[in-house]
Design a protein around this ligand. Sequence first.
Ligand code: DGT
Ligand code: CA
Ligand code: CA
Ligand code: ZN
Length: 587
Amino acid sequence: MENVEVARTLEEMADLLEIQGANAFRVRAYRNAARTVDGLTRSLVDMVAAGEDLTELPAVGKNVAAHIVELLKTGTISRMAEVEAEIPRSLVVLTRLDGVGPKKARRLWNELGIRTVDELEAAAEDGRVEKLAGFGARSAKKILRSIQDYRKHAARFRIDDAERLITGLLEHMNEAPGLERLEVAGSMRRRRETVGDVDLLAQCDGDGAAVVRHFGAFPGADRVEEEGETKGNVILQSGLSVDLRVVPARSWGAALQYFTGSKEHTVTLRIEAVHDGIRMNEWGLFRVPEGADPEQMGKEEGERLAGDSEEGVYAALGLPWIEPVLRENRGEVEAAREHRLPELLSPEDILGDLHMHSTWSDGKNTIEDMARACVARGYRYMAITDHSAALAMVQGLTPEKARRQWDEIDRVREVVKDIEIFRGCEVDILRDGTLDMPDEILEGLDVVVASVHSFFDQDEATMTKRVLRAIRDPRVDILGHPTGRIINKREPFRMDLEAVLEAAAELDVAVELNANPRRLDLNDMHVRRAKDLGVRVVIDTDAHRPEGLDDMRFGVDQARRGWLEAADVLNTYPVERIRAWLARRGS
Ligand code: DGT
Ligand code: CA
Ligand code: CA
Ligand code: ZN
């Protein structure tokens, strides 16, 4: 069993206890332990085999440690089976629906006998849900909407989840007999925000079938769907499907190009190839002899023009190599032909992070911890942007608390040198578009991130007016997570984004690409549009703990997919230029 499976089981245990109404402290114990397990760099199986004491891990107490050992040895936790005798495990899925939560899931089960999404849908449609006290018609409608969203997305995995879920498999594959090279292809190589399945490409000039068999023997596989000479497919315990192709060295580049896709990109390339009298497939590029019918030719027939390297494939078509993140058939082939591909942003271009939280609101670490973590990541500047007070559950900054925080920032500036720490705040955009902070505080802040965190269901005109009003305030620097979407969980709210982007360009307000892989908001297409409209984009992690700062790479990937160059991104500016930009309106 892998760490991710242990973490998932602990999470489910927490969910079940929460549905059961267990005390919050116990629920949190499981959740915190799940998070610890998730972040471990070593395998729990190895640690237990070595006789290590798991209670030495952060947030793992005696109870949870015993559960983990039991889970690793027997595949189940007996305590969990007891809870499941009372609360069906399928209710956990209901709590993942936006607007359902543990208390409501329990009541749906107790009062209507609902255990599954299908049953909930039926009950919401035939009016049983709205009759429950505390639900009502609005709530039933919201539930139906989130079921639709859930269905639409359930089949795709977020990229960060998929990455985590295949780490064990990649390690396992490194031991495959005769393996010469292994690369992730498909949508994951193109760094799409979600993946339908994972595509692996292996190079082997010997016994390819042995590589496929090794793949099928992965202990974390739930089942093997296909096991052939050059092809395999397994479904992991998480439900994630993984395809494998094995090719010889002479076809490596052609196969990598083919299986990276996108299909639409490759089809466009193939049209170019046909035009040049070239046949292109996953085995290579071949010259079609005068008068020959390409349809009648064998897969590797004809003079081989390219195949062993991807660069060679593009070169044979008279094109420079195209970055995988651009291969979506969004004009990149034409741009390549005309030598006007963007010089994409790279992770090293990022010099700071302007959106993060600390213990002054819902962050887990002190300002000093966050500052040291930013220094460790080589940043030149950062902003502490704790929430304002309207979001009651995060214990945000009142004006008085904000002033005390500024004193603390001054203190940290004294002890953590080598980085500029800006005074910031993630100020709530209230229902009517006003900001949740008085003028004297807004004027004393270096960085104001304005974000919507409430009343997501306003109609488009109202929401657009609300956000426009907020960004017209001259003290606002950044529009935080502009569409409010949570991947696979919450749709973007209704808003005329085009109008908001146009206003941001005119007002010189930056729009955020929130790098948290649950959000990635704005998305790739939106930031590309922002760039075209001349809006500055800022890539921020919204970190709530030091490790959260490492999400920056997910944001950079999406920015690259949106064709952004370093010059398009605010937090690539050196510190003097950032300071000047923040002071652009004299506040
Ligand atoms: P996904 O899995 O939905 O996130 O997206 P992809 O792009 O990974 O798609 P997938 O896994 O179905 O196939 C992997 C790659 O294989 C795809 O990007 C391009 C290539 N491919 C698959 N089917 C075809 C096809 O019919 N024609 C061409 N030209 N390429 C294909
Ligand atoms: Ca795929
Ligand atoms: Ca696939
Ligand atoms: Zn926020």
